[in-house]
Design a protein around this ligand. Sequence first.
Ligand SMILES: C[S@@+](CC[C@H](N)C(=O)[O-])C[C@H]1O[C@@H](n2cnc3c(N)ncnc32)[C@H](O)[C@@H]1O
Length: 405
Amino acid sequence: MEIRSWDRLVEALPPLASYEFEALKASIAEHGVLQRILVLPDGRIIDGYHRWKIVGNEAPCDTLDLDEQSAFLLGLAMNTARRQMSPNQIKELRKKQKPIALELRQKGKSQEETAKILGITQGAVAQWEAGAKKVISIISTNTAYNPPDLRIKIPKKEKEKIAERVATGESQIQIAADYKVSQARVSQIAKKKKKVAVSKAKIPDELQIRIEHGDFVTLCQGLPDNSIDLILTDPPYPKEYLPLWPELSAVAQRLLRPSGFLIAYSGQEYLPEVLNRLAEHLEYYWLGMLYHRGPTAQRFEVNMWNRAKPILFFYKPPRVKQGAWLEDVIESPEPDKDYHKWGQNPEPFKKLLTCFSQPGEIILDPFAGGGSVIQAAIKTKRNIIAFEKDTEAYNVLNSRFLCKV
Ligand SMILES: C[S@@+](CC[C@H](N)C(=O)[O-])C[C@H]1O[C@@H](n2cnc3c(N)ncnc32)[C@H](O)[C@@H]1O
């Protein structure tokens, strides 16, 4: 009997990550095939596809005389139980089970039985049957711990590698398996990277954009007193940057027009120190929070899933209320890490600009990073002065906003 791949089953499962396949190869080289391959009487593999790929027809095997559907479900169950899959991979796998669920229902299994066999919720079976395209909560909470909205974080460098691999025509399914993410995520990353490579901000002629390379304290010396309408910025949060805050406070006190605001994002760790240092030359106005959607940072030192980022509102006297009402918890779409490792999403900055400044006014961002404040200022038709000390980050800003295309 010739052993062969059962394509329907192989396609229903995510492939092994390349490093897992290499580890299996090494183990077989050292110990041989420890677990026998399971096949149908016609040679199609129920369990052991990767072992067979490594050793071929020499693989020790057992034959199981099962009907097609039971063998298929057994293969799915054995493989999913052994694999280490991320919540997203499990979700993708579950979606592939839709036709199987419908088939089981047609063959007389109850919704409850179908859900049990496939390890999904009964609600998912019911919704599939009712023709729903998008099904909420497919994964049975009894079968797996699945933190809400948790996604595997992929660093910028890895995203670039993914985009390159996709561009060279490598299988997206294999790339997804290597990173333990869904194929949809791989495709989304590749598309986004493609767009970024060609995107250059469109700047209306009437707007003044000034971006300079260097330390903000030095560069601010070139700006006249009372010349800035609003400082909107996102300084670095680590401890070594704490000395920047009193300098920022002093600079803001001199540069802001009377009643002008300074609005700054801050980390959580040193918030009391940051507030004290900003208060050295400015007055406290309010504390808001940015609520991050998308992947969360896991803060092991405090056992927190971190979604909240403080937004600090200070002003230069005399105190005047800001123009429009603003809700002090601002929901942010996923941060934009395409241009900077600490990149923020520009949307909340747009909201803050709209409430705290007028079109045509002058905004200062002394810590420009990847340029999300600049982008928000352009979109809301504000003039912007931005400084950035890091050469690599400045070069990105330069090609995004200054170079002529
Ligand atoms: C948190 S990042 C800003 C990220 C930005 N909001 C974005 O969305 O891309 C802070 C930036 O401040 C820059 N920086 C740090 N110290 C600085 C200084 N003394 N003068 C100017 N820029 C500085 C860092 O290089 C970094 O790019």
